[in-house]
Design a protein around this ligand. Structure first.
Ligand code: GCO
Length: 454
């Protein structure tokens, strides 16, 4: 394995999310989430897949922790299912649900793996959705209360927290365009969803810190935006998209201001932003979680025709993942260096909280040495190696990056794609739920061992 030597203390790990792996959706008092509702609506998810069983991690977690221990990671990012902790999103905590995460945290610590929980990776309790979900400002306050409940139980052992996962994707896919739960297609009338998630993040940051957290992060999906041509219209459209995708969830937190989104119909002073909100939202964070998959290429569009002031264009002549996503590792260097240029001293240390790819791998019938069932996911190894190298170049260029967590430990429920896109270092046979470490697992293990040797 040829990787450069990363700084001492750099954290290596893997990421997962509750609804994507846990299954056991009706056990131990868990309430329904918006993803339970959505996946059971006909036509929403490829092949009619649901997260009812997923990887059955809720029962098989000891095996999964053993896989992580053997992998030799420093940190594990998982998410806590709010409806396990508060089945209706508010009120008395469900101790059985909390107990699951309690045991998981203990097992991780026993193996020297630092737990890095995300408080919400999209699986909002359905009862809160029934009251408007993230369109309703109250959800932000419920989230702060939920954060207090979780830290009261885990905060003695968990010192690093991530508030929300990818508020931009939840806004866009969940509320504006409707391909994710809750399946709303409000277009830019969905903008309160951005603000209320940001408010929730700020309120929870204060709660977490008040109860002894040493590190609070948010995990944002970030993409470097490239204009499709040198035409000024395309450059302007790329600026708008950058403001929407990246700056909408970074400027308020890091600078205490909203970017100009007038081109997307957001007034300069929307009524849902109340006095004092931006101070709460810009509560200092200790780290920025960056989820990176690929850059985005944007051309101008006529909003009258498409409803959008930008249009997505494919990158040409680049390799693609099984999902069809372009593989452009230098986009990661570009992104991180760009963040540093834009935010300067306001940029906290970065952790890559997701990066990975789907591959169409199948277990091999039999290898020459007689091994049966190995999974030769060479494309994933190449993806990881090139992106980790790109990350290193950003560090060399002076960006403060403290960790890299790959998406994902296991093949899992990939949202609207169901089980058809496999992102795991470990293959999951969704018939038998058997785990099979892929070649990339063995590669990552060797890479981490080499880092430890220095
Ligand atoms: C996220 C991501 C993950 C996905 C991964 C591959 O929001 O954090 O959507 O949950 O599985 O990004 O698409």
């Amino acid at each position: 394995v040829v990787l450069p030597g990363f700084p001492q203390g750099f954290r290596w790990g893997v990421s997962t999310a509750s609804y994507q792996i846990e299954g056991a959706v009706r056990e131990d008092g868990r309430g329904p989430s918006i993803w339970d509702t959505f996946t059971h609506q006909p036509g929403r998810i490829k092949n009619g897949d649901t997260g009812d069983v997923a990887c059955d991690h809720y029962h098989r977690w000891p095996e999964d922790v053993a896989l992580m221990a053997d992998l030799g990671i420093d940190a594990y990012r998982f998410s806590i299912a709010w409806p396990r902790v508060q089945p209706t999103g508010r009120g008395t905590p469900n101790t059985a649900g909390l107990g699951f995460y309690d045991r998981l945290v203990d097992a991780l610590l026993e193996h020297g793996i630092k737990p890095l929980p995300t408080l919400l990776h999209w699986d909002l309790p359905q009862a809160l959705q029934d009251a408007g979900g993230w369109m309703n400002r109250d959800t932000a306050y419920h989230f702060a209360d939920y954060s207090a409940v979780v830290t009261a139980r885990l905060g003695d052992r968990v010192k690093s927290w991530i508030t929300l996962n990818e508020p931009i994707v939840h806004l866009a896919y969940g509320y504006a365009f409707g391909m994710h739960a809750p399946g709303e297609a409000l277009m830019f009338d969905a903008m309160p969803v951005a603000h209320h998630q940001l408010l929730a993040h700020g309120l929870a940051t204060a709660v977490l810190r008040g109860s002894g957290a040493e590190e609070v992060l948010i995990a944002n999906n970030c993409t470097p935006v490239r204009a499709a041509s040198e035409q000024p219209e395309d450059a302007a459209a790329a600026e708008i998209y950058d403001a929407f995708h990246n700056r909408l969830f970074l400027d308020p937190i890091l600078l205490g201001t909203y970017p100009d989104l007038s081109a997307m119909g957001l007034p300069a002073d929307p009524e849902f932003v109340e006095p004092g909100d931006l101070e709460i939202i810009s509560t200092r964070i200790d780290g920025l979680g960056v989820n990176y998959y690929n850059p985005t290429r944007i051309a101008a569009a006529d909003p009258a025709a498409t409803g959008l002031p930008f249009d997505f264009r494919e990158f040409e002549g680049v390799p693609r993942t099984a999902f069809g996503w372009p593989v452009i590792p230098e986009g990661l260097t570009e992104l991180l260096v760009g963040l540093k240029e834009r935010y300067g001293d306001a940029l906290p240390p970065i952790t890559i909280t997701e990066n990975g790819c789907s591959t169409a791998d199948e277990p091999a019938a039999a290898d020459e040495d007689g091994t049966v069932g190995a999974v030769h996911d060479a494309a994933r190894i190449e993806y990881l190696e090139s992106h980790i190298n790109a990350l290193y170049r950003a560090i060399e260029a002076g960006v403060d990056v403290r960790g890299y967590l790959t998406w994902s430990l296991l093949d899992n429920f990939e949202w609207a794609e169901g089980y058809s896109q496999r992102f795991g270092l470990v293959r999951v046979d969704f018939e038998t739920l058997r785990r099979i470490p892929k070649d990339s697992y063995h590669w990552y293990r060797a890479a981490l061992a080499a880092q430890r040797k220095g």
